[in-house]
Design a protein around this ligand. Structure first.
Ligand code: F6P
Length: 342
């Protein structure tokens, strides 16, 4: 059995731990492995690298992805699609392990329908992929946000300021809610609940009236005011999957708060800091479990499936099902976080 492995979309702490685990378990079954460089792009170009026990050594703790990644959509035009199918044939791949979020796995689902054996591993720091309780990388991102909020608290309080902290979360506010709850945010704004600017101002002013002379507001990059009717972007460019480059809501909020309340306000965009560096213990373990389970799905010839976490168990679901809708924030956790607002 010759197995290709690729990592696609935004990188995520734990990708290398998955690669290591798939290869370690697969070698026990006697498989040969080929790493595909830069996601689907590598399969269009035929750009691959052998993966052996020696080459995956030391990957458990390493951030990023040794295979590289891209947001290439190989099914966007016929020419790329033909090249991709030809390369799968020429490389003699019996199966492709696709480690990615909804875009990468959406392609894996399409290919499976076209008769290519694919197995999915759910990846995104945003944790917005359906079919799994958690994706690896999310816990690391939440830890980074929590540490940032702890640090921002001391400086914000010392200067009696309002601090707006913009975190990642394109379609869902998981990082904002978990990070904000862990870091003691006074207000959390998420894409699932469009906000009214007057409510934001009220929180800041109520806190001042209560004698608290600082406030920390966490906003997901995909949050937006009701009146705006949709996401805030700084630039109109779209990637190959049609995703906009988000950003700007933190700055907009900070400007508005300072203008309307007269309180000194700053904003911080945590950006790619949330995706870099070594994974937490939780993510190393989840990534290793996912990788082992993915190799075992191949051995069972259970293709078109994605490994997933359900409670404490590793299960599998149809890739198509996982990519069919966005997993929005757990309402109970958001309710708990909101008890601490203002
Ligand atoms: O999809 C994951 C993600 O981290 C989003 O939260 C964010 O909007 C996006 O990637 C950023 O992408 P890029 O690295 O291409 O700027």
């Amino acid at each position: 059995m010759k197995v290709g492995i690729l990592t696609g979309g935004g990188d995520c702490p734990g990708l290398n731990a998955v690669i290591r685990a798939v290869v370690r378990r697969g070698l026990e079954f006697g498989y040969e492995f080929v790493g595909i460089r830069d996601g689907w792009k590598g399969l269009v170009l035929g750009d691959t690298v052998p993966l052996t026990k020696a080459s995956i050594s030391g990957l458990l703790t390493k951030g990023g992805t040794v295979l590289g990644t891209s947001r290439t959509n190989p099914l966007k035009n016929e020419e790329d699609k033909e090249k991709l199918l030809q390369n799968i044939k020429e490389l003699g791949l019996d199966c492709i392990v696709c480690i990615g979020g909804d875009d990468t796995l959406g392609v894996a689902a399409e290919l499976y329908d076209m008769g290519i054996n694919t197995v999915g591993v759910p990846k995104t720091i945003d944790n917005d992929l359906s079919g799994t309780d958690f994706t690896f990388g999310f816990d690391t991102a939440v830890s980074i946000v929590t540490e940032a909020l702890d640090r921002l608290h001391t400086t914000t309080e010392a200067h009696h300021r309002v601090m707006v902290v913009e975190v990642m979360g394109r379609h869902a506010g998981w990082i904002a809610v978990y990070g904000g709850l862990a870091g003691g945010a006074d207000l959390i704004l998420i894409p699932e609940e469009p906000f009214e600017m007057k409510d934001v101002l009220r929180v800041v002013e109520d806190r001042k009236a209560d004698g608290k002379n600082f406030s920390i507001i966490v906003t997901a990059e995909g949050a937006f005011p009701k009146q705006a009717g949709g996401i805030i972007t700084k630039d109109r460019a779209l990637d190959a999957f049609g995703n906009a480059k988000l950003g700007g809501v933190g700055e907009l909020l900070a400007q508005e708060i300072e203008d309307k309340t007269g309180l000194e306000t700053r904003f911080v965009v945590l950006g790619h800091l949330q995706r870099g560096g070594t994974p937490t213990a939780f993510d190393r373990i989840l990534a290793s479990r996912f990788g082992v389970a993915a190799a075992e799905l191949i051995e069972e010839k259970n293709f078109g499936r994605m490994v997933a976490l359900s409670g404490h168990d590793i299960v599998n679901v149809a890739i198509r099902e996982a990519t069919s809708k966005t997993k929005t924030v757990n309402k109970e956790v958001f309710r708990v976080a909101s008890i601490f607002f203002s």
